[in-house]
Design a protein around this ligand. Structure first.
Ligand SMILES: Cc1ncc(COP(=O)(O)O)c(C=O)c1O
Length: 478
């Protein structure tokens, strides 16, 4: 046991030791049955004489707090009544967040995702189908490797073999060409956003993002003190001509607009790059679930089209593996690399070495490619079935926006329906399904629903959609 004790050399040592050990028993830090460190060991650690420690132990034995067992040491006695815990905290602490942070907390409306029988939550993957035995093998291999390293911090930007494996994967599967040294491993896409905001923004600067858009991104920019301007999207994506002139960052989801789902057209991509080039603005391309493509040829990424080094490309393993892994990557624009790596160092030094190595093995062994190929088929079937239902028995109420990629799709309500009442009905029917309101910064005349199809199996998908129809028909009989 490593017991924290702090002795003042100017005061009687045995008495201080006695008081601190007694306090530790009464407060519960030392529990009945705990074995005390041997006197010689504790004396050495505290740099006092062994006699000092023995005196304190003897006194506590005499008072019944400790007892000795011949040959096995000194133990804390059982059944000692604890004194009251520390005085409870005053509810209103004198510590207050800055006004900026307070405003952010006030504005924060978390996306409520409750456990439900019919789980249509956006962005969740099917863990039932994840090859955990294979992943366990990768973790074990990673542990063995780590055991052989000298035991110090890893590289800030991430484990080089992982960055090399991701660079190969991006070149082959995503038409994103990069040098592996340009990749920074992050704790999910979220940390990539945070680091970019830290190195690019000062309070009052303007950030433009799609409206509707991804609320955690909006929150990050607000937390940095930015003025966040929502720019509308149409069926081709962001309306570039409506960008505010002074935007320092433009955050977009071109493969699969979040949350509506359409891809950004090539024309808009080129217009956005030209716009950013003329102002030296940073474009953040969040390619959060572009791995799953169901129709058409993938459009070239903004990163690949960029000739000015103005695109930061964000990827994540949350949608291909699972979100608790917290692993993502940021393809850094050249001008920001030293600042981003330093910001990562200050934030958490580097991402978890064990997970980084395990993921390297999963990528290099082909496990990742096998898993994503399989999930592409599974999600493809679910998407197809969902679209069939939205085009048939659900069509009187809902109009889907057909996505080419990703694991969620949005559908607009055709009729004016009280969305609070609809949310209540769906909850009552065991359906976990978000409406589109939290993704807009301004109230919208026409509502909609966001169907995630990542973690609902085929049978529950059908039953869940029956339940959605029942809820809709209760509120708007056709
Ligand atoms: C638009 C968007 N970007 C990024 C992410 C992934 O974030 P992370 O990698 O932090 O889990 C999500 C997850 O839902 C998302 O919807």
């Amino acid at each position: 046991m490593d017991l924290h004790l702090d002795l003042d050399p100017r005061l009687p040592l045995a008495n201080q030791l006695y008081r601190q050990l007694r306090e530790a028993v009464l407060s519960g830090r030392l529990a009945g049955g705990d074995r005390l460190p041997p006197t010689r060991f504790l004396a050495q650690r505290l740099q006092v004489s062994r006699k000092t420690v023995s005196e304190a132990y003897e006194q506590l034995c005499a008072e019944g707090f400790f007892h000795g067992r011949a040959g096995s040491g000194t133990f804390v006695s059982q059944g000692i009544q604890r004194t009251a815990a520390r005085a409870p905290m005053q509810s209103a602490s004198a510590l207050q967040p800055t006004r900026l942070r307070q405003a952010l907390t006030d504005a924060h409306t978390p996306l409520r995702q409750r456990a439900s029988r019919y789980n249509f939550h956006g962005g969740t993957t099917d863990k039932q189908l994840f090859p955990f035995p294979e992943w366990r093998g990768c973790l074990q291999q990673a542990l063995r490797e780590l055991g052989r390293t000298p035991g110090f911090y890893d590289e800030d930007a991430g484990h080089p073999p992982l960055r090399q494996a991701i660079a190969r994967y991006l070149a082959i599967s995503r038409a994103v060409s990069c040098a592996w040294e340009d990749l920074l491993i992050t704790q999910g896409a979220q940390q990539g956003l945070d680091l970019l905001a830290r190195v690019m923004l000062e309070p009052g600067m303007c950030v433009a993002m799609e409206e509707p858009g991804y609320p955690p991104a909006r929150q990050i920019f607000l937390a940095a003190g930015a003025r966040v301007v929502g720019v509308p999207v149409d069926e081709e994506g962001l309306l570039v001509e409506q960008l505010p002139d002074d935007a320092r960052i433009v955050y977009v989801t071109p493969s699969h607009q979040f949350p509506l789902g359409m891809p950004m057209s090539l024309g808009r991509r080129l217009a956005l790059l030209e716009w950013a080039g003329s102002r030296s603005a940073l474009i953040i391309e969040d390619d959060y679930d572009g791995e799953y493509r169901f129709e058409g040829r993938p459009l070239e990424s903004l990163q690949n089209l960029d000739r000015h080094g103005l695109v930061a490309y964000l990827g994540t393993f949350s949608k291909t593996l699972f979100p608790e892994l917290r692993l993502g990557y940021l393809l850094m624009p050249p001008g920001l690399q030293p600042a981003l790596i330093h910001a990562k160092h200050l934030s958490d030094r580097h991402s978890c070495s064990l997970q980084q190595r395990a993921l390297t093995h999963f990528l290099v062994s082909g496990g990742f490619a096998r898993h994503t190929r399989r999930m592409q088929r599974v999600y493809g079937w679910r998407r197809e079935r969902l679209l069939q239902r939205l085009h048939s028995d659900l069509s009187p109420w809902l109009e889907p926006i057909v996505p080419l990629a990703g694991i969620h799709l949005a559908a607009r309500l055709r009729l004016a329906i009280d969305e609070d009442a609809l949310a209540h009905e769906l909850r009552q029917g065991g359906v976990g399904l978000l409406d589109l309101r939290p993704f807009y910064s301004q109230p919208q005349p026409r509502g909609g629903l966001l169907f995630g199809f990542g973690c609902i199996d085929d049978k529950l998908l059908e039953e869940g959609l029956d339940q959605v129809r029942t809820s809709l028909s209760r509120l708007a009989a056709i």
